[in-house]
Design a protein around this ligand. Structure first.
Ligand SMILES: [Zn+2]
Length: 255
């Protein structure tokens, strides 16, 4: 049996499926992996953009917002690709417990997976939040202010420091999302990784939580990951085509 059929079988036999996605699923939507050459990190120094520098000085915040300003148009315009749509199809087939993602691009929601089914471990770029009073602003609204010359946007309500609702280097992981992701990983019967190298915590940890609790583990990633030896099936490919083939098989056999 080929691997596509084998994964389709696993999906058909599973009752609680968690899909875990990373940067690899969004490269086909034109969003480059931050850690790969040619990405946005060639123009900005990630070591300067950590949470401590953001909090420490106006200059640190200005630098961060320059970065965010140049990143936003790509994210705002990005469209889901066939990998995202395949996962959304699993949802429509009643086969998806949730998506846990390291991505901040909202492409799972744009592809039709409901907001409450997406756990965003690294936050989302969709909003900016006031660190003082917690007021949220649509990120696009802040972009207009940056475009009209504002360097470091401040909260209209309280004058507090504002930051995109993404998790920066050095910023604590969001407690609710991390806890939720661990719980879902521990209770699923199939954990399917798509486009993550599984090197950053807590991503590195979730497949083991799933595996230790009896789930099957499938990894689809272009390059090897540290958990390949723990997986039941590993496919070294881009996620788009593989996921759509797998879900196509599932559909054929469900009908
Ligand atoms: Zn405020």
């Amino acid at each position: 049996m080929n691997k596509i059929d084998a994964v389709s079988n696993m999906i058909l036999q599973s009752k609680q499926i968690v899909v875990f996605t990373g940067a690899g699923i969004s490269t086909e939507s034109g969003i480059s992996d931050f850690r790969s050459p040619g990405g946005i990190w060639d123009r900005f120094d990630p070591s300067q953009l950590n949470y401590q520098n953001f909090l420490a000085s106006e200059a640190g915040r200005e630098k961060y917002w320059q970065f965010s300003k140049s990143l936003w148009p790509t994210i705002a315009d990005a469209k889901p690709n066939r990998g995202h749509y395949a996962i959304a199809e699993l949802y429509h087939l009643g086969k998806l417990d949730c998506v846990i993602t390291q991505n901040i691009d909202s492409l799972h929601q744009k592809s039709g997976v409901p907001e409450e089914k997406v756990i965003e471990l690294h936050g989302t770029l969709k909003w900016a939040i006031c660190l003082e009073c917690g007021r949220r602003y649509p990120r696009q609204q802040i972009q207009s202010r940056l475009d009209s010359g504002e360097k470091v946007p401040r909260c209209d309500s309280c004058g507090g420091i504002m930051k995109p609702t993404t998790i920066s280097f050095g910023q604590p992981m969001p407690e609710r999302e991390t806890h939720e992701a661990e719980t879902r990983s521990a209770t699923c019967d199939l954990f399917l990784v798509a486009g993550s190298s599984l090197v950053v915590y807590p991503a590195a940890h979730m497949p083991l939580v799933a595996k230790d609790n009896g789930a099957k583990l499938v990894i689809i990633n272009l390059t090897p990951t540290p958990h390949d030896r723990d997986a039941d099936i590993v496919i070294y490919e881009k996620t788009g085509q593989v996921l759509s083939q797998i879900v196509e098989q599932v559909k054929v056999r469900l009908i």
